[in-house]
Design a protein around this ligand. Structure first.
Ligand SMILES: [Zn+2]
Ligand SMILES: [Zn+2]
Length: 226
């Protein structure tokens, strides 16, 4: 039997995720996430279930599940996965997200369909792969959920969202996505993304699915930026 090496410390990988146990337990998990969008709520503030932003203008989805906080070393692991095509890192994080998704979906009614956030053709050619699709494939295999790969497509390239405010981001994304087979309605959708930053992308796609007849739209991501 060959022993796998933990990609973080070089020790022996002892866990299902391909990491060693100490590295796995040391990853930054959510502490006090908003029950809707999963951003971290201040630990020293008054007790609340939802963040201000969800209370003032609720996002298009019902619930966002994040495996980790977007902090060291998760941030660096995701960068290795996305920009250096280190698929073992992506798989490790996706397996840990799958564990959380399985426990959170145990009593859900309709079987959810996984929809990865699509990349525009140009971006896809540049990078060579869609990281959200790779995460969704791991979730589909580990949680035995159907995966809809080309049901939602990016029909318009959008300038980078970096440096834009929430309102500008939403405007920037309008009309960027489309559902390719509107006749196929999924009652419960889980949108899969690698990192959720302001939630405007996943909110835009969630709105599209709601208008197409989905009753429940959730989000699952490796990490949530707070
Ligand atoms: Zn390790
Ligand atoms: Zn929130």
């Amino acid at each position: 039997m060959t022993l796998l090496e933990c990609p973080l410390c070089g020790g022996t990988a002892t866990s299902h995720s391909g990491l060693c146990k100490p590295c796995e337990t040391g990853l930054p998990r959510p502490v006090h996430p908003c029950e809707r969008c999963s951003c971290e709520l201040p630990v020293d503030g008054p007790w609340q279930r939802h963040c201000e932003s969800c209370l003032l203008s609720p996002p298009g989805f019902d619930h966002c599940l994040a495996a980790f906080r977007y902090e060291f070393p998760v941030r660096e692991l995701i960068a290795g996965f996305k920009f250096q095509a280190d698929f073992a890192l992506g798989r490790s994080l996706a397996v840990l997200l799958a564990e959380r998704l399985r426990t959170s979906c145990d009593n859900a009614g309709e079987r959810p369909v996984l929809v990865p956030v699509p990349l525009h053709e140009g971006r896809l050619r540049g990078r060579g792969f869609n990281q959200s699709l790779l995460v969704a494939r791991v979730l589909a295999a580990q949680c035995a959920m159907p995966l809809a790969t080309r049901h939602c497509e990016r029909v318009r390239a959008t300038p980078t969202q970096r440096g834009l405010g929430a309102g500008e981001r939403q405007g920037n994304l309008r009309g960027a996505f489309a559902i390719t087979q509107p006749a196929r309605v999924f009652p419960h959708v889980i949108i899969v993304d690698d990192v959720v930053t302001t939630a405007s992308t996943v909110s835009e796609i969630a709105g599209l699915y709601r208008r197409a007849g989905s009753r429940r739209v959730d989000v699952a991501c490796l990490a949530r930026v707070s």
